[in-house]
Design a protein around this ligand. Structure first.
Ligand code: F6P
Length: 504
């Protein structure tokens, strides 16, 4: 279950509706499990006020949830993207707190939960994705203790000092604790969550295991129920990091196609064959640090540390959440900065920044990755940042330099990138120059190590690891010693990552 479905509506309605699979890697990752276990995917089609009957796409049973125009405004644009999103990303933009948005969030979470209850066979696995649906696990558990419930948070979980601003902080934590397993991107996110649980609810936590005390007649039929060291009956919840990844083999495969390699060459030519192409690929979001990147680049041009004849920055900024005020303002700021830099430093034959406010198919993205000498990921806060991994997976030539913000989840794994603090503009400029000037041998050494990591820890491994934690119990994570039914049959299993809009 995810806020958005893994398919995009192209045209038509009713039986004539045409759907196109979203190009996200997660669909591929979950497809085998979904098919094997007779899975159902529950989510919103992305269009307000549109009703669609359940349908099948690529062998996956899709159950659309409809949202009214007001749900979209209050639940999606409001509470999800103007309250939770900025709050969970360290208040880079100020979050808005509105009670009517919260009410809509509760109602829409209820609707999603009801759809899952209808779809789920006895003992089914329900895998809920992302911050838009944090209340669903508890709603499911209250109604159906037989279900096996997983939750994966694709975005950061903030430190308690920030999280505690949320007027509904207790309800959200309780909502999540309905799950058997709560997955986070980073160890730090899981730690922040455990702290919020201790502070708000006073529950005990032991490493990744949280003990939720049960009332006298509670816990019947629940999994993971035991009596703890103090003699209290508790339900245990596993809350730990499961860093997400990409369908790395697919990126490698695309990168090895001659047409895509030819397209990469053509991109270089069309940009005037500069010595260096730097690339940024992001959803147009204030968390991505696009302004910091442009500032650093503009200063390098101003100070003649780099020359427009030798370098071009390609910035793909895919449109996102365009009706939310903070996003409108961000677009204005970014576009003003881009045109100032272009006005000041471009020449007739060379453009300082090639700015593209569009989304592109995966093939074109891979061609861009192959064409780019330097990839700039300068997010101020990012759950993972899959672009960094896509770049690495595409560089089958073991070339290219990744400049990566230490505030991304990816930086926990991609240590051989040039790690930067994007707030430190001088440091960012130094890293850009270092990347531009890096000798080929060093580039190859770093890229080989990065590729090893990304290819070994791909999205298939991620989904299998999470699914295993959810359905098997191991002694190692101390998630054992419980009253557990045999491995359940999966009836509902979903995800929330849609690449082209997705985690960029
Ligand atoms: O992972 C973050 C996330 O919000 C996903 O839940 C979502 O599918 C994606 O980014 C794109 O955002 P949106 O669905 O709001 O366009």
């Amino acid at each position: 279950m995810s806020n958005r479905l893994p398919v995009d509506h192209v045209s038509g309605d009713g039986d004539d509706a045409v759907w196109r699979p979203s190009p996200g890697g997660l669909v591929a990752a979950l497809e085998p499990i979904m098919k094997r276990e007779d899975g159902v995917w529950i989510g919103w089609v992305g269009i307000p006020d549109a009703e669609f009957e359940p349908f099948e796409a690529d062998g996956i049973d899709i159950r659309p949830v409809s949202l009214s125009a007001q749900d979209v405004e209050y639940y999606y644009e409001g509470f999800s993207n103007d309250t939770l999103w900025p709050l969970y990303h360290d208040v880079i933009a100020p979050p808005s707190f509105h009670r009517e948005w919260w009410d809509a969030y509760v109602q829409v979470n209820r609707r999603f939960a009801d759809a899952a209850l209808e779809a789920a066979a006895p003992g089914a696995v329900v895998w809920v994705h992302d911050y838009q649906l944090q209340l669903v696990p508890k709603m499911l558990r209250d109604a159906r203790p037989d279900l096996v419930i997983g939750f994966f948070d694709h975005i950061p979980f903030p430190a308690y000092g920030i999280y505690s601003q949320l007027p509904w902080r207790k309800q959200v934590v309780e909502g999540l604790l309905g799950a058997d397993v709560i997955g986070f991107q980073r160890l730090a996110d899981a730690g922040n969550f455990a702290r919020a649980v201790r502070r708000l609810l006073g529950h005990e936590t032991r490493g990744s295991v949280i003990e939720v005390p049960l009332g006298e007649d509670e816990g019947v039929g629940h999994r993971h129920v035991k009596t703890n060291r103090r003699g209290t009956r508790v339900r245990t919840v596993l809350a730990k990091q499961f860093p997400i990844s990409i369908d790395a083999a697919r990126y490698e495969e695309l990168a090895s196609q001659p047409e895509i390699q030819a397209r990469a060459q053509q991109i270089r030519e069309e940009l005037g064959n500069p010595k260096t192409i730097m690339l940024g690929v992001d959803r147009l979001d204030y968390t991505k640090g696009i302004g910091h990147r442009l500032k650093a680049y503009g200063e390098l041009l101003r100070d003649h540390a780099v020359d427009t004849d030798d370098i071009t920055l390609v910035q793909v900024a895919s449109p996102s959440r365009e009706r939310v005020e903070t996003y409108k303002q961000l677009r204005d700021e970014v576009e003003l900065t881009v045109s100032r830099i272009n006005g000041d430093y471009s020449t007739i034959s060379h453009t300082a920044i090639s700015y593209l406010h569009q989304g592109y198919p995966r093939e074109e993205m891979v061609a861009l990755y192959l064409a780019a000498d330097v990839m700039l990921v300068t997010a101020l806060r990012d759950g993972m940042n899959l672009v960094a991994k896509e770049y690495v997976a595409s560089r089958i030539d073991n070339d290219g330099v990744l400049v990566l913000s230490e505030f991304t989840g990816a930086s926990d794994e991609l240590k051989q990138a040039l790690l930067v603090n994007p707030h430190d503009i001088e440091g960012l400029k130094d890293a850009m120059v270092r990347a531009i000037e890096m000798p080929k041998r060093e580039r190859a050494r770093r890229m080989r190590a990065l590729r090893k990591r990304v290819l070994a820890y791909d999205v298939q491994r991620w989904s299998a690891t999470f699914f295993d934690a959810l359905t098997h119990v191991t002694a190692e994570d101390d998630f054992g010693d419980h009253e557990i039914a045999q491995r359940p049959k999966m009836a509902t299993d979903t995800h929330g990552q849609i690449h082209e809009r997705g985690d960029r």
